[in-house]
Design a protein around this ligand. Sequence first.
Ligand code: AMP
Ligand code: ZN
Length: 113
Amino acid sequence: MTDCLFCKIAAGEIPAAKVYEDDEVLAFKDIAPKAPVHVLIIPKKHLASIAEAAPEDAALLGKMQLLARKLAEDLGIAAGGFRVVTNSGPNSGQEVAHLHYHLLGGEQLGDIV
Ligand code: AMP
Ligand code: ZN
C-alpha cells in the first residue's frame, strides 16, 4: 500500500534498525521502545491487522510467531520471559495500520491481560 509507513520500511524507502529480514517478513527495533527489548515483526505483504488475515495467511502468521520465538532467544530475553502482542483496530490503540507483532522483554512487564 503506497501510503503505509511499514510498507515503506519493508521496501527500504524509510530506514529502520533491522534485526531480521527475508523475502516475506521483516523485524526491526521499535522507534519508541516500551521495554529494554522491543522489536516489531511485520509481513512484507500489506495486511492492515490480524483482522484482515485469511486462511491463506496461516503459514505467514505462523512464521511470524516462530520468528518471535527465535528473536527472543537471539536477543537474550527468552529465559527471562517475553511477550508477543498485536493490536487490531481503534479499541486496541493500533497506530500503524500494517500488521505487526510487538516482541517485548528484558524486564518485568506490566499486566495487560
Ligand atoms: P501500534 O500502536 O500497535 O500500531 O504500534 C505501532 C508501533 O510502531 C509503536 O510502538 C511505535 O513506536 C512504532 N513505530 C512508529 N513509527 C516507527 C518507525 N518509523 N520505526 C520503528 N517503529 C515505529
Ligand atoms: Zn503496509
